[in-house]
Write a protein that binds this ligand. Structure first.
Ligand code: AMP
Ligand code: MG
Length: 324
């Protein structure tokens, strides 16, 4: 079965193609800025502008035509409504024109499942860190359960906000990672509350220190060390509580080598195993959407819903994992 996966929950418009759950191509175009942050309407315009081009490129590279596609999967939740609408309208038009069934999948579940599909992790604690979300998740009794999360802003968003304040543009995470290599430690607020973490204070403090002349490099280094240490701490607690022996780092921030190394150090110390999703599948992309669409659609428990629409605020702990 050939599945087309369309991703448009946030900054990235992605098109993936899978054949019998094997990824053929993973094409994308990401909204970026030189200075400011991500503005929802500008993101919508970006997706409108690139969608046909990205689809054509994906089909060409996969050596298939739209008529070969058996199923269209799209990320219908959660995300920025203006961005989600572009994806929904796009797949509805394609589905009608070529008479192809549609399935809507949850974007976060797609991050989790592509992590399982591309690593050896079987039943891990998921450390999911992206632009909009930061959650510590485990699968228990037919649901993905959230054991801890960021209380105010997600870690990716914290990196992007701080980056914007010091003139790095969007997305800032990769640039902060580079600058951090030249930095030394300065103290920043470390806020862990039980199983939750809070990143709002650290953005304010680091920005103030920058304005007082503390070097960018030192702040980038310390920002990473502090945020990642907080997340590793709560992940360790989740491992102990759930009695699991694996941890899997997923989402856009999983591209950070230092983060993945810190998780590895913690895991080794408690004889657990740390996995990180391959770089290509860390950030938002369409391959994970196509893959999950195939898995769900071909599960014997799948029932087609009457209406398929966007759901900007859907939480993963409300979704029964009938395909597992
Ligand atoms: P996602 O929403 O899953 O696509 O993830 C996007 C987020 O990942 C953005 O906040 C980026 O700044 C962040 N990100 C991407 N690459 C890196 C990196 N190398 N280090 C830290 N954060 C990163
Ligand atoms: Mg994402």
């Amino acid at each position: 079965m050939i599945v087309l996966g369309i991703e448009s929950t946030a900054h990235t418009f992605g098109v993936g193609v899978t054949k019998d759950k094997k990824i053929l191509v993973n094409e994308k175009d990401t909204f970026t800025t030189k200075e400011g942050g991500m503005i929802p309407n500008e993101v919508r315009e970006h997706h409108e502008k690139v969608k046909d081009k990205v689809l054509r490129r994906a089909l060409r590279k996969a050596k298939v035509t739209i008529k070969d596609v058996d199923l269209i999967s799209f990320s219908h939740a959660p995300g920025l409504a203006p961005a989600l609408i572009v994806g929904r309208d796009f797949v509805e038009t394609l589905a009608k024109k070529y008479n192809i069934p549609i399935i809507g999948v949850n974007h976060i579940v797609a991050h989790l499942e592509i992590g399982l599909a591309t690593t050896k992790a079987k039943d891990p604690i998921f450390l999911f860190t992206s632009g909009a979300n930061t959650q510590i998740i485990a699968h228990e009794g037919d649901y993905y359960r959230v054991f801890g999360e960021a209380l105010s802003i997600a870690v990716g968003n914290a990196l992007d906000k701080f980056g914007r304040n010091i003139g790095l543009g969007f997305p800032a995470g990769p640039k902060i990672e580079l600058l951090a290599k030249e930095g030394k430690y300065v103290e920043l607020p470390y806020k862990v509350k039980g199983m939750d973490v809070d990143f709002s204070g650290i953005v304010t403090k680091a920005t103030q220190l920058y304005e007082k002349g503390v070097p960018k490099e030192d702040l980038c280094f310390s920002f990473q060390e502090t945020c990642f240490a907080m997340l590793v701490e709560v992940t360790e607690r989740a491992l102990a509580h759930c009695e699991k022996k694996e941890v899997l780092l997923i989402g856009g921030v999983a591209a950070n080598k230092r983060f993945s190394d810190m998780l590895d150090i913690m895991a080794k110390a408690r004889k657990a195993k740390a996995y990180t999703v391959p770089f290509e599948y860390a950030g938002d992309q369409g391959a994970m959407i196509a893959y999950l669409g195939d898995v769900m659609y071909n599960s014997k428990n799948y029932k087609a819903p009457g209406v398929i629409d966007i759901d900007p605020r859907q939480r993963i702990d409300d979704i029964k994992t009938f395909w597992r």
